[in-house]
Design a binder for this molecule. Structure first.
Ligand SMILES: NC(=O)C1=CN([C@@H]2O[C@H](COP(=O)(O)OP(=O)(O)OC[C@H]3O[C@@H](n4cnc5c(N)ncnc54)[C@H](OP(=O)(O)O)[C@@H]3O)[C@@H](O)[C@H]2O)C=CC1
Ligand SMILES: O=C(O)[C@@H]1CCC=N1
Length: 270
């Protein structure tokens, strides 16, 4: 059975470990590394999995999942380079960082797969997009697709689309959380107690998401079905249009794509 080590078990690294355990992966086949001993001890206690150092993780694991912030990649690659061999698959979850960066810094021939997941991994509902680097063969992509398929949905995309994917689905859950937060505030504005407003909005979000996924209908059709002539919804939609919410979303997602590209460029000359 494949042993997986998560290097940098922060928010997304922990989401992956937790999702893999819930999907039935054996705890003794999972490892992680963390900078702070207290964090490491807490994760071991919470999940019954072993924290270790990068060299041990590289020696024991078949798959090394890099989940540090892009800004922290350099010291990690310096530690990893002498420890990793061509038989180990390196999977990067880092926004913006191209597979070519890893290939330059790691020994020749090490296969690298770039992945953009998202945090719903923790409930088995991740959206992950995967792209293979120069030395990644179909067997590596299949292995990564299986791994991430156990915690959500997986698509293969050309690496040139990964910055856009990062802006859409990598950051995507944050936009929905932001919208929910704003709608709960609207409930407060209208005098509804916070707990009730929270229930109303979260269940509406779950219902709407389930319809989007399961009905096979286009989002426009689903919205039209809520929008009665001279009714309440169209009054709200007019305000959304007046405040440029659609244009704001387009600009926001474009800005996220640009930042992903910039994170990659920051490492171009390394
Ligand atoms: N959060 C998300 O929704 C998503 C994140 N990503 C990508 O995943 C990566 C991690 O993001 P996120 O989980 O949010 O960030 P976090 O900061 O929460 O997690 C990174 C963790 O790695 C630790 N760390 C840093 N350097 C090392 C090292 N050399 N050895 C061991 N541990 C180390 C950090 O410790 P310390 O606390 O000391 O910094 C931290 O605990 C990023 O590259 C991000 O682009 C991708 C998709 C979604
Ligand atoms: O905000 C970030 O940079 C990371 C990448 C995608 C989601 N979170």
């Amino acid at each position: 059975m494949t042993t997986i080590a998560v290097l940098g078990a922060g928010k997304i690294g922990e989401a992956l470990l937790s999702g893999l355990l819930q999907a039935g992966r054996a705890p003794d086949r999972l490892l992680f590394t963390e900078r702070h001993p207290e964090r490491s001890a807490e994760l071991s206690r919470r999940y019954g999995i072993r924290g270790t150092d990068v060299a041990t993780a590289a020696a024991e694991a078949d798959v090394l999942v890099v989940a540090v912030k892009p800004q922290d990649i350099e010291p990690l690659l310096t530690e990893l380079a002498p420890a990793v061999g061509p038989g180990t698959l390196v999977v990067s979850l880092c926004a913006g960082l191209p597979t070519a960066l890893f290939e330059r810094r790691l020994p020749e021939g090490v296969p690298v797969v770039r992945v953009m997941p998202n945090t719903p991994m923790v409930v088995g509902e991740a959206m992950s997009a995967i792209s293979g680097g120069r030395h990644a063969g179909p067997e590596h992509l299949t292995l990564v697709a299986e791994l991430l398929g156990s915690v959500g949905k997986v698509v293969r995309v050309p690496e040139s689309q990964q910055d856009a994917v990062t802006a859409l689905s990598g950051s995507g859950p944050a936009y929905f959380f932001y919208l929910v937060e704003a709608m709960i505030d609207a409930g407060i504005l209208l005098g509804i107690p916070r707990a009730v407003a929270t229930d109303l909005i979260i269940q509406s979000a779950v219902g709407a998401a389930t319809m989007l996924r399961d009905s096979g209908e286009h989002p426009v059709t689903l919205r039209e079905a809520v929008t009665s002539p001279a009714g309440t919804t169209i009054m709200a939609v007019r305000e959304l249009e007046r405040h440029g919410v659609r244009a704001a979303l387009l600009a926001a997602i474009e800005a996220a794509r640009d930042r992903s590209e910039e994170l990659g460029r920051e490492h171009e000359r390394d």
